[in-house]
Design a protein around this ligand. Sequence first.
Ligand SMILES: Nc1ncnc2c1ncn2[C@@H]1O[C@H](COP(=O)(O)OP(=O)(O)O)[C@@H](O)[C@H]1O
Ligand SMILES: [Mg+2]
Length: 149
Amino acid sequence: MSKIELHDLTKSYDGKVNILEKINLDVEEGEFYVLVGPSGCGKSTLLRVIAGLEKITDGTLKIDGKIANHMLPKDRNLSMVFQNYALYPHMTVKDNILFGLDVKKVPKEEQKRRLEEAAEMLGLTPYLKRKPRELSGGQRQRVALARSV
Ligand SMILES: Nc1ncnc2c1ncn2[C@@H]1O[C@H](COP(=O)(O)OP(=O)(O)O)[C@@H](O)[C@H]1O
Ligand SMILES: [Mg+2]
């Protein structure tokens, strides 16, 4: 987990309209922070900016006290669960959950331990060998969450 700070953060996609305008907020390490608002108000944009998937137009983003405006997404030590799951259809639930750890070359023993922990936490233990298309929407969402965990 990391501390997140936004300072007058502004985001425009077209250089004309500000989708986010001077947003200021702090999220402490370990804090459960909920962002609500009507459709189209900029919630996803804010998350994408924090994850590094969108460029910041103005203002400052800090992660663990360090300015992170231009930090690569992979260096931010954050993970994101997308609204539309973003699961690999040809891979099993198990391989979808393990994907990030495999890429990071985490030792197999630790992969196994973390898989079991995340699957148990999210009620996915019976489904590890299935493909995403064999799951309900809620189960798919939980696979995405397990991968993030
Ligand atoms: N890639 C993009 N290019 C241009 N406009 C975008 C893009 N993504 C989102 N928007 C616009 O930014 C606004 C905020 O969108 P979004 O952050 O997805 O809202 P929310 O997640 O709160 O529903 C909307 O008006 C949307 O049309
Ligand atoms: Mg959204």
